[in-house]
Design a protein. Structure first.
Length: 253
């Protein structure tokens, strides 16, 4: 079931990132999933934003369809992004950003504390960090450990990742570790931030889309049906969710 265009590719190659962008556009079910993700992110920024918003890890995405003035960025040279940068060393002045957004990026950050310190420096009081990331539940542990190529270690004691490439270096459990398991530690280290929302999401849609590595398991016309079915599972998402929308708000003085 692996997608023929992705077989044997180097995960850390810029060409792989560009190919993933093409696959997301071509696969109807997958594109609809990403459209919903970007709507959630954009809606979370709908109020209180006055100034530039930076997206980290933009290479495969299309956030400007939803946030037209967003500054897009990547850590390596790929087409169709505004700036190449490292999220752990942002080239922006103090309190110059209204927010940062990221989709499936935080769990690839080698030193999460460095990224959070830079966000604290650059984002204005009242601004936000919004991310859509993998999450740790009974169902997701099974999926990520058995059906996904990225490491998933919810028992990892630290927030750092072992050395590796920008895409192959990962711990898909990292967002859950920082904002759920180690929430008190996060609040102690970064008292400037308040966790405004953790909204569990998407038990099956991404899996059924085949992601960027596999063929779609369902045609795009079935997307709405699957989304409505997931809505019925809302009371049980703490067991079934594969992702979470995490919204952090920079406290005002």
């Amino acid at each position: 079931m692996s997608h023929p265009l992705t077989r044997g590719l180097d995960l850390d190659s810029p060409q792989t990132t560009s190919l993933r962008r093409r696959l997301i556009q071509q696969k109807s079910f997958l594109r609809q999933f990403y459209q919903d993700c970007y709507r959630l992110v954009a809606n979370s920024l709908a109020t209180g934003i006055d100034g530039p918003v930076l997206e980290l890890g933009s290479g495969g995405g299309f956030i400007k369809e939803h946030l037209t003035d967003c500054i897009t960025s990547e850590i390596q040279q790929v087409p169709a992004v505004d700036i190449i940068l490292n999220g752990q060393q942002l080239p922006f002045g103090d309190h110059t950003l209204s927010g940062t957004v990221m989709l499936d990026v935080f769990h690839h950050v080698p030193r999460a504390k460095s990224l959070l310190r830079e966000a604290t420096r650059c984002i204005k009081p009242g601004g936000k960090m919004v991310m859509f990331e993998p999450w740790n539940t009974r169902w997701s542990r099974f999926v990520y450990r058995n059906l996904h190529h990225e490491p998933f270690d919810p028992d990892c004691p630290q927030w750092e990742l072992p050395k590796g490439g920008p895409m192959s270096m990962a711990n898909s459990a990292l967002p859950w570790i920082v904002f759920e398991r180690d929430r008190r530690r996060f609040e102690t280290l970064f008292p400037e931030w308040r966790i405004e929302k953790i909204q569990l999401q998407a038990p099956f849609r991404y899996l059924l889309s085949g992601g960027v590595a596999y063929r779609s398991f369902l045609p795009g016309g079935w997307y709405g049906v699957c989304k409505r079915f997931e809505g019925l599972l809302q009371p049980w998402l703490r067991h079934w969710a594969m992702f979470a929308l995490v919204v952090l708000k920079r406290k005002t003085p």
